[in-house]
Design a protein around this ligand. Sequence first.
Ligand code: HEC
Length: 96
Amino acid sequence: MRRLRGIVCALALFPVPAVRGDLSAQAIAMNCLNCHASGQAAVSRLPELGRISTAELEQALLAFKYDRRNATLMPRLAKAYSDAELAAVAAYLGRH
Ligand code: HEC
C-alpha cells in the first residue's frame, strides 16, 4: 500500500503533457464520432470527418465557433472547446 502511494505521488509529480494532449484530443473525437462515425455517415448523411484535411477541418470548426458559418448544431458544440482543443481534434480526426 505504501509502495502504491509512492507510485501515485511520483505520477502526480511528473505529468506528461504530450500524452495528456493526445488523450484529450481522442476524448473529444469520441464525441464527434457519435454523430460523424464513418459507419453511420451514409445513414445520417453527415460528412465523414476523416475525408476532410486537418487544415480544412480546423478552419470549419473555427468558422462554426466564431459564427462565420451558418449551421444548426456545430456552432454550439464548437463554442464548448478552446481553439487549441479544436486544432488538436482536427489533427486527430483529419485526413493526413
Ligand atoms: C450531435 C451531433 C454532432 C456532433 C456530436 C458533432 N457534429 Fe459535426 N455536424 C453535425 C451536424 C448536424 C452538421 C451539419 C451542420 C450543422 O447544421 O450544424 C455537422 C457538420 C460538421 C462539419 C462540416 C462538414 C462539412 O460539410 O464541411 C464539420 C467539419 C464537423 N461537423 C466536425 C465535427 C467535429 C470535429 C465534432 C467534434 C468536436 C463534431 N462535428 C461533432 C452534427 C454533429
